[in-house]
Ligand binder design. Structure first.
Ligand code: SF4
Length: 446
């Protein structure tokens, strides 16, 4: 039995039963419970307060690299490599930020980590801060999970009172202050530079890059940003070593990953399984497809990842490389299961509406293009589609993808292309029901 995020039994490849939830909610998240599960041993290990001599900053970063830990927020960037970008000798203030602005449709893992095991995030952040020579950190928590924000604040109080945060942690020479902040629910604030803007008290809109946060981040200072699950995995990795962590998963995809399985399954929920677990096994853990139904398609990594038909998905393993090879992305690990009762035109309509609604409006291809995508899919769905609409959708997607400041533009375009690629017949069937379908359409009239 193993859980890299330290949530122990509740996430380890099985549904979280109401009883386990009640137990965790009632008592098991506290500092003393976390310590009874080995919590804060990794911090002691690196600081040398366990009497074993401690670790250097380079050793900690090397261990994280050896573990093959990749960012769990969506991009899958190697964590140790990101940490090595921080200019450690920078003379001024440097910042560490945890991105807990979990807003990707289908994703609910970070909320549960902070709710049921908040100290794993605090310890992971303290270890990261030590490795990069950072003295101040923030955890930016999604505004729609305010109870979780309050829980995290309570955990911070416990950690401060016990000397795990603040001046000279556990009697060492290392000091680290950590604060929680909450957003107000805007999806775009999960984009790291929009998050930084919001944290500074400004409108949450993405910044042009470069410069990247490693050189110009929070308040213009060097900043490293990682996802909640990434930080939560660090204590186990350091306690047990990078090699042990890597071996839990597969080469280039170390450790375990939490998947938020939702949609047409019998037991939706969060499941932590080793990287490289077959999708079929994950589906089985989630109780399989709803009774009497068959699997039609899967959105494997949150709404931004391209949909994959059942036949392709059943051959995949759940890791960054396998899902990428199949033509999609592991993303944040939100596995949205669609059964044979689902209309793909309607599914795409809902996705397109989301991106249109959440576009920050800063750049034209995204601000205008997401609206076009939704309007065209909506008219197909309401029986007013035209024979040129699929080409039009692909053309609009072409003119968004790769032409925007942040990845939201790409995220709105990729599902459109994938839906048309794999389920074109459903769109064509719906368009053919419109007697006036043959009318030509120009983008201007879209
Ligand atoms: Fe804003 Fe969209 Fe441009 Fe991102 S791509 S900066 S969300 S308008």
């Amino acid at each position: 039995e193993f859980s890299a995020t330290g949530v122990q039994s509740c996430f380890h490849g099985r549904h979280i039963s109401p009883q386990i939830l009640a137990d965790l909610d009632g008592k098991n998240w506290r500092l003393k419970d976390y310590e009874s599960r080995g919590g804060y041993q990794a911090l002691r290990k690196i600081l040398g307060t366990d009497g074993q001599g401690g670790m250097t900053q380079d050793q900690v970063i090397a261990e994280v690299k050896a573990g093959g830990l990749r960012g769990r927020g969506g991009a899958g960037f190697p964590t140790g490599l990101k940490w090595s970008f921080m200019p450690r000798q920078f003379p001024g203030q440097k910042y560490l930020v945890c991105n807990s602005d979990e807003g990707e449709p289908g994703t609910c893992k970070d909320r549960d980590i902070m709710q049921f095991n908040p100290h794993s995030v605090i310890e992971g952040m303290a270890i990261a801060a030590f490795a990069m020579g950072i003295s101040v950190g923030y955890n930016y928590i999604h505004g729609e999970i305010f109870a979780t924000y309050l829980r995290f604040e309570e955990a911070l109080e416990e950690a401060r009172a016990a000397g795990m945060l603040g001046e000279k942690i556990m009697g060492s020479t290392f000091s680290f202050e950590l604060h929680a902040a909450h957003g107000f629910g805007a999806y775009i604030c999960g984009e790291e530079t929009a998050l930084l803007e919001s944290l500074e008290g400004k409108k949450g809109q993405p910044r042009f890059k470069p410069p990247f946060p490693a050189s110009f981040g929070l308040y213009g200072k060097p900043t490293t940003i990682n996802n909640t699950e990434t930080f939560a995995a660090v204590p186990w990795l350091i306690r047990n070593g990078g090699t042990a962590y890597l071996e839990c998963g597969k080469p280039n995809n170390g450790g375990t990953k939490i998947y938020s399985v939702s949609g047409d399954v019998e037991l939706p929920g969060n499941y932590e399984v080793p990287m490289g677990t077959p999708f079929s096994k994950l589906l089985e853990l989630a109780g399989g497809v709803r009774k009497g139904r068959t699997l039609k398609a899967v959105i494997p990594g949150g709404s931004s990842s391209p949909v994959l038909p059942a036949a392709i998905m059943m051959d995949c393993t759940m890791d960054y490389d396998s899902i990428a090879k199949a033509g999609s992305m592991l993303g944040s690990g939100a596995v949205i299961v669609l059964d044979d009762s689902r209309c793909m035109v309607e599914s795409l309509k809902r996705l397109s509406y989301f991106y249109m609604h959440e576009s920050c409006g800063q750049c034209t291809p995204c601000r205008e293009g997401t609206g076009w995508l939704w309007r065209v899919v909506e008219r197909i769905h309401t029986g007013k589609g035209r024979s040129t609409d699929l080409d039009l959708l692909n053309s609009v997607a072409d003119n968004i993808q790769g032409r925007t400041i942040c990845a939201l533009g790409d995220a709105s375009a990729m599902p459109v292309r994938a839906m048309i690629k794999h389920f074109r017949h459903e769109f064509e069937a719906m368009i053919s029901q419109n007697p006036a379908a043959s009318g030509a359409t120009s983008p201007a009239t879209a």
